[in-house]
Write a new protein. Structure first.
Length: 296
């Protein structure tokens, strides 16, 4: 069944889409946080499908809902979404996009299913947390150790670290569908999954085009993680775009930066022409500097 966002974008794209992007959201977010990106790319006849991952978004509004990260259920959802997309549009190139935790999911899925997608876009892919200490768990720290299921508030963390733009952080806080709590148990589960995703980087297909986006002022995910990805991926078509002064969220915001959209657009221009067309930026381990672009 199509979710409402997919139906809305399908209405705006009146002809066969040139390209389809399956977008995976971050830890506190949900599918609709990609709405601005959907609108922007729909104008170029690119369909963005962005579901809520299990334990997020509308699924968490009920008091009895189980709101927690579940890696295997999330990967099963990705698999089901890709099957559905391919059934409807078998000849349209498919790009898997993930921001933050969604980036780790995208890496894990792509490493195990290299023939199912035509490219990866990873925005601040979460291969490790930079600021777990910044969560400021006290005064519930001791209680959370004794009971790992204790709810920990994320509001202050989101406000201070989610974006370099104060307004974007406020949008997340005011969004009823965004997650405002976590637990030590969930954080440990996420940390374990991030380690697993990091180990899968070297297993990504050498033929898979990869675009990595990262803000230089990201307070949650270190830029070193994206540099690790570029250095350890065997892809001969990889690129890291670093945006000076930008914070963590680049795509799940009310209005993505023009330079971020430009970077994606120029990369997709090559991808959407044909499944077999790869981006023009080719790199190897002896010349990785060519794969890193600093945007001021």
């Amino acid at each position: 069944m199509k979710n409402s966002s997919e139906v809305d974008m399908a209405v705006k794209i009146n002809v066969r889409p040139k390209l389809i992007v399956l977008a995976l959201h971050g830890m506190a977010m949900h599918g609709s946080t990609f709405d601005a990106l959907k609108e922007t790319l729909a104008a170029e006849n690119i369909l963005v499908v962005a579901p809520d991952l299990p334990g997020y978004g509308m699924q968490c509004l009920a008091k009895s809902a189980k709101c927690t990260f579940r890696s295997e259920a999330s990967l099963e959802l990705v698999e089901a979404q890709i099957k559905s997309i391919k059934d409807k549009h078998p000849d349209v190139p498919l790009i898997l996009l993930g921001e933050s935790l969604g980036g780790a999911l995208a890496i894990d899925y792509a490493s195990r299913n290299p023939s199912e997608i035509n490219g990866l876009i990873l925005s601040a892919p979460a291969l490790s947390f930079r600021a777990l200490a910044g969560l400021k768990l006290a005064p519930k720290l001791l209680l959370s150790v004794l009971d790992p299921a204790t709810k920990l508030q994320l509001k202050a963390f989101i406000e201070k670290n989610s974006s370099d733009n104060f307004a974007d952080g406020q949008v997340v806080l005011q969004d009823k569908s965004s997650r405002k709590t976590t637990s030590l148990r969930e954080l440990l589960r996420i940390r374990s999954f991030l380690s697993r995703a990091k180990s899968e980087v070297s297993n990504l297909s050498p033929d898979l085009p990869i675009l990595v986006l990262h803000g230089s002022a990201d307070k949650i995910i270190s830029l070193r993680g994206s540099e690790f990805l570029v250095n350890h991926s065997t892809s001969s078509n990889k690129k890291l775009e670093v945006f000076c002064g930008a914070g963590h969220l680049l795509l799940e915001v009310k209005q993505p930066r023009a330079e971020v959209i430009s970077a994606i657009d120029s990369w997709l221009t090559d991808i959407k022409q044909s499944k077999s067309v790869l981006p023009s930026f080719q790199t190897n381990d002896d010349n990785l500097s060519n794969a890193i672009v600093l945007r001021k």
